[in-house]
Design a protein around this ligand. Structure first.
Ligand SMILES: [Zn+2]
Ligand SMILES: [Zn+2]
Length: 150
């Protein structure tokens, strides 16, 4: 009986030791993907070697959330998007003089309407204008109301 227990214990060790070493190695590999700091990579190995099995759980709790590659991709995307964003051209609201974007149709500060969108080309057209200066679309006027110069 004792011998069977001993053999079972030895067999368990033969399974457990490689698993323990493999876990430690996995943590090292994972740490390399998540941090440039050699100290952190070293720490992950020491942690998992010193605290068998539970060290891995501790590592999982304290490791950086994202892979370095993902962080770099996210940074690149963020940079690309911020560069693509056109610079906003500002002007003063004709009513309250606070700065607003050039193609706003109303002032968000004083709620004054001073323009609308052309139905055809979507450019900003001032309220008093009869025609869209970009595409010639009449703005709320009949074509017969317009003077045509030959
Ligand atoms: Zn205003
Ligand atoms: Zn238009």
């Amino acid at each position: 009986m004792l011998q069977i227990l001993q053999e079972a214990g030895i067999a368990a060790l033969f399974i457990a030791i490689p698993f323990y070493l493999a876990l430690s190695y996995w943590c090292f590999k994972d740490a390399r993907h998540r941090s440039y700091k050699v100290s952190f990579q070293f720490f992950s190995v020491i942690l998992t070697l010193l605290i068998p099995f539970f060290g891995v759980f501790i590592y999982l709790l304290i490791r950086p959330t994202f892979f370095l590659e993902d962080q770099e991709n996210a940074n690149l995307l963020r940079k690309a998007f911020s560069e693509d964003e056109p610079e906003k051209v500002l002007r003063d609201c004709p009513s309250c003089s606070r700065p607003i974007e050039v193609d706003f149709v109303l002032c968000p500060h004083c709620l004054t309407f001073f323009a609308r969108r052309c139905k055809r080309c979507q450019h900003t057209v001032r309220l008093g204008w009869a025609l869209c200066p970009y595409c010639g679309e009449p703005q709320g006027l009949q074509k017969s109301d317009l003077k045509v110069v030959d």
